[in-house]
Design a protein. Sequence first.
Length: 597
Amino acid sequence: MTRLVFEMLRPYRGWLAIVFLAMLVEIGASLAAPWPLKLVLDDALGAHHLPEWLAWAHDYGIGRHTVGVALFASIATLLIAVVGAAATYIDNYYSTSVGQWVANDLRIRIYAHLHRLSLRYYDHAKSGALISTITTDVTTLQSFASSSTLDILVDIITIFFMIGLMFWLDWDFTLIALAITPFLLVFVMHLKKAVKEVTRTVRQRQSEIVAVVQQGLGSVRSVTAFGRQDLELARLEAASHATVDAAMQARRVKSLLSPVVGIVVAFCTAIVLWKGTSLIVAGTMTAGALTVYLAYLAQFFKPVKDLAAMTSSIAQTTVALERIQKILAADDIIVEKPDAIDPGRAKGQISFENVHFAYEEEAPILNGVSFRIEPGQIVGIVGPTGSGKSTVLSLVPRFYDASSGRVTIDGIDVTDYKLSALRSQVGYVLQETVLFRGTIRENIAYGRPGATEDEIIEAAKIANAHEFIIRMPHGYDSMVGERGDTLSGGQRQRVGIARAVVRNSPIMILDEPTAALDTESEVLVMEALKRLMQGRTVIMIAHRLSTIRDADTIVVLKDGVVAEQGSNDELIARGGLYAELVHRQQQAPGEHHAGAS
């Protein structure tokens, strides 16, 4: 995890160097801050002149008498404050910049990695937890990179400088402080482990809140339809209360820190005040020296306290890094071979050769599936629910890789193609077309961002979408709501078909594109699909078996194997599983039991 932090900080090492130098100046200013007061107490009010080591100021007419010494001390106080303030500004500006850019880089890196993962990863991952990591965990790391990274080093340097000056002022006082410090550090290290555990619990609970909210808002129509707002609210309340309980437990642990450090500082200060006063009375210590020492004593424990307080920040950052690292370490990636090839424009011949596949090893989905699709053929895939139909479609563009066997396009294993080139060969119209928040034009062009205005309009006409689009208030510039909820199901499907037309891929995958449509919408969509399929290799899953009657070949799957294969008429004549599925739909035309996998 430490390697990840340094890896993310490396591009900004120049800025970090500036921050480090500014922090060193801040250290110098903080160390120098008490000395003007010593000059006033010991020299202005005592000796009435500057000490020998400041004799150079006499050349400027400063420090020859009480008022002059006080003037020198005042000017020194102002200069120290100005230098310290300038250094603080530079420190804050560049450290904040580093934090913001590190967070930006990390968000992009995580998001890019998530898009490289196989869909198998998302079969188990919780999207709420992923969103929480990209937002909250990255923000935690941003805060650490902005301040804590160099603060730790600077605090350590400050402690060493402070110890040196304190020994110079009074070594036995300093031994008192150093004798107590190890006990404080032992307490801090013991506290650190407890803080880390409770912090991890808090972050888990916060992720659950994000997951509950995302699920509730993402399914708001269903929630409203079933009147289950109370259930969703109860879920959020339960997750929120669990988060509050975890946060309060974390606060109880963290709250021990300041009181303990405060008592230690007060104890040391009390001893120094008691003994220092007696030394001043005895004439072996000046009031100014005691004042400076007391200031240093307070400052000495400040970095110790800061380092102790950072146990909470470090614990939060460690937990955030663990969650980030867990995502970045996920290796369920569809690997592209170093010598992968670009197929150009595929002819569209597809072959499954003894393909086996399982989402979980103990539950195989495909068990030796073999069939062949010639270029330009339309092939229907049917079978009972869970027979592996959707899995077959997912293996063609390598959303998943086969456990064994081969899937080939134009005789070449799909694993030998460049991923982007392979997927550019495939267009999709799914059961539910997902539209993105944006204009109709942008959603159609999503399949090929470089599409021209004429190509977009022509695609919409082919998809039977042009007429309803131009009737919208702003035509092709009309905004589509999130997930396309401002359009009807049939309109969304036609926009999806237009998107596939614009993509102009030689292979088309249709996953039950009319399953959720009414009769009128289905007619329009089927007309559009017939135009879309012309001249392309098409693999189509259909609930309504009537939609694949004219397919060149129908592949019937059952229990992960090819049970039958042939044309509609051939399969009905055989009287097997396909004929049984057709018979069921004819008996109950309002229900569609071809199934989805």
